[in-house]
Design a protein around this ligand. Structure first.
Ligand code: ZN
Length: 326
């Protein structure tokens, strides 16, 4: 051991939602585009996240010496080459989590049978292809419901990580959806109950409704900062837009949290030009940031958090650690 390293009373975890390109087309109302140029570009880049961005993330994590959690959409498992890519993640010591089979943005509003099938189908697809049975869950679009929690418990899940108690994100999402409606495009997003903003920002066991503390499933809320700045989003999108200096400052504003839960998306390390995603860049601000800048910001955050005394662990290990404390 190299001297007296500062030891924080907490752990940090990085997770990556492997939302593939068609998810972004759906969010931005481009999935049903009749423009042949958009349709062609979407078709030729539809696996850009797994093929192009994922290897960059894996290399970054390897260089920084950390193991991560990858939330997988079940329907993507059978796309060409993906089963092998996911097996490689498991082999490298990463965790695979369940991000539903269909990634419907109104998933949490489905019937009991629909919700259960969407979770169970993803579980089976991931476990069959990789031998890794997921025990963590993340809902599409951060919208949870009591019914979803009930099904996760029934299916034996150890933790959920979907609550995002962030007013800035909530406001931005509402504005974006309103602006799209005004332009005649239809986003598949739904807005959660605003009371989610009052949910705890640190890990808790859920009650009914899931926004309250209780004795149920362990919830690992997605990162929001502490302190005078209020609850700013501590996620890949905000880090890459903030750059390395801003990413460091946001990281320091996480100090004191028992869990620093950094959520990334595969698209955070996409390169609009090299990956054929220029058609998406007008709608996705982070795609207009150069890849090297985005990578430097993520690296700065990872190193800053480590310097604050937080070890980087997988979300399932964080869940074990936090469950043993409560
Ligand atoms: Zn997603």
């Amino acid at each position: 051991m190299g001297g007296r390293r500062k030891r924080a009373h907490g752990v940090a975890a990085v997770s990556v939602d492997l939302d593939e390109v068609p998810c972004y087309a759906a969010i931005h109302g481009l999935a049903g585009s009749t423009d042949p140029a958009v349709r062609g570009a979407l078709e030729s880049s539809r696996q850009a996240i797994y093929e192009r961005a994922l290897p960059r993330l894996v290399r970054l994590f390897e260089e920084e010496g950390l193991r991560a959690t990858f939330f997988v959409i079940g329907r993507d498992v059978s796309s060409p080459g993906n089963a092998e890519r996911l097996r490689a993640l498991v082999h490298a010591g990463h965790e695979l989590g369940n991000h539903t089979f269909q990634h419907l943005y109104d998933f949490s509003r489905g019937s009991a049978a629909e919700i259960e099938a969407d979770i169970a189908d993803a579980h089976a697809a991931i476990a069959d292809a990789t031998g890794f049975a997921p025990h963590g869950f993340r809902a599409p679009g951060y919208t949870l419901s009591d019914l979803v929690v009930e099904k996760l418990v029934k299916l034996g899940y150890r933790y959920d990580s979907s609550v995002f108690p962030c007013p800035a994100y909530y406001g931005a999402k509402g504005l974006a959806m309103g602006a799209m409606r005004a332009r005649g495009r239809v986003s598949r997003s739904v807005l959660d109950d605003p009371r989610v903003l009052l949910a705890p920002a640190d890990p808790y066991r859920v009650a009914r409704p899931y926004r309250r503390r209780g004795r149920g499933l362990l919830e690992l809320p997605i990162g929001v900062t502490r302190g005078v700045a209020g609850r700013l989003p501590y996620i890949g999108t905000s880090l890459v837009l903030a750059g390395a200096l801003g990413a460091r400052a946001l990281s320091r504003a996480m100090a004191g949290r028992p869990l620093i839960n950094l959520e990334l998306h595969g698209i955070d390390l996409a390169d609009a030009e090299a990956d054929g995603l220029e058609w998406l860049a007008p709608h996705q601000p982070d795609l207009r940031v150069p890849l090297a800048t985005k990578e430097a910001a993520l690296r700065a955050a990872i190193r800053e958090v480590r310097a604050m005394g937080y070890p980087w662990v997988r979300l399932d290990d964080a869940a074990d650690e936090l469950a043993s404390r409560s």
